[in-house]
Design a protein around this ligand. Structure first.
Ligand SMILES: CC(C)(COP(=O)(O)OP(=O)(O)OC[C@H]1O[C@@H](n2cnc3c(N)ncnc32)[C@H](O)[C@@H]1OP(=O)(O)O)[C@@H](O)C(=O)NCCC(=O)NCCS
Length: 154
């Protein structure tokens, strides 16, 4: 197995093209229809976007905020296709949880997204519930993880 060191670095506006590209390559239609470039730009300006580094090279990004009931919330995570399935996503999720200011971190994914569900399970997330009606025929599954972060960060 590949033993690269995974770390996160807060994205700056210079990373905009890179993050937009990762998202564009994931789903070109959704990228345009859902105005994802705008969403990514806002996240960068709001200091909510983090570049995932494997050793020193950028392999993806995470958008993390507190908009879900004021709790840590992973809005989006993308690992470039050629780097998936090597534990990078799981480690990046773990790192983002470590820097959360809240004791609980939530996220959600489609029922069809087995890769994300597996990555979450590996780093200690538990199933929180299912919401129908968002994507037709592909319910949204919510997950959460309890961290002890607040003990040390007030
Ligand atoms: C979801 C995502 C971030 C996970 O990142 P990753 O680096 O692949 O994650 P990991 O390697 O830590 O874990 C993925 C797990 O899924 C498994 N997996 C991969 N493809 C799979 C498939 N088609 N069916 C079943 N399991 C699969 C991997 O083997 C791995 O599990 P394992 O370590 O037990 O073998 C990444 O796949 C991705 O960017 N997907 C596209 C964007 C997306 O869907 N984001 C999530 C929604 S916000």
């Amino acid at each position: 197995m590949d033993m690269k060191t995974i770390s996160l670095r807060k994205a700056t506006i210079k990373d905009r093209a890179l993050a937009v590209d990762f998202d564009y390559n994931l789903d070109k239609v959704e990228h345009v229809e859902l105005k994802r470039a705008e969403k990514i730009t806002k996240a960068i300006l709001g200091e909510e976007c983090f570049i995932i580094l494997a050793d020193n090279s950028a392999v993806g990004f995470v958008i993390f905020d507190y908009r879900f009931f004021d709790l840590g919330w992973i809005e989006l995570i993308i690992v470039e296709e050629e780097h998936r399935g090597k534990g990078i996503g799981g480690q990046a999720i773990d790192l983002i949880c470590q820097q959360s200011k809240t004791n609980k971190v939530f996220t959600s994914t489609n029922s069809s997204n087995i890769q994300m569900q597996k990555a979450l399970g590996k780093v200690g997330f538990s199933f929180a519930g299912k919401v129908n009606g968002l994507d037709e025929g592909d319910p949204e599954l919510f997950y959460f993880k309890t961290t002890d972060n607040r003990k040390t960060k007030n």
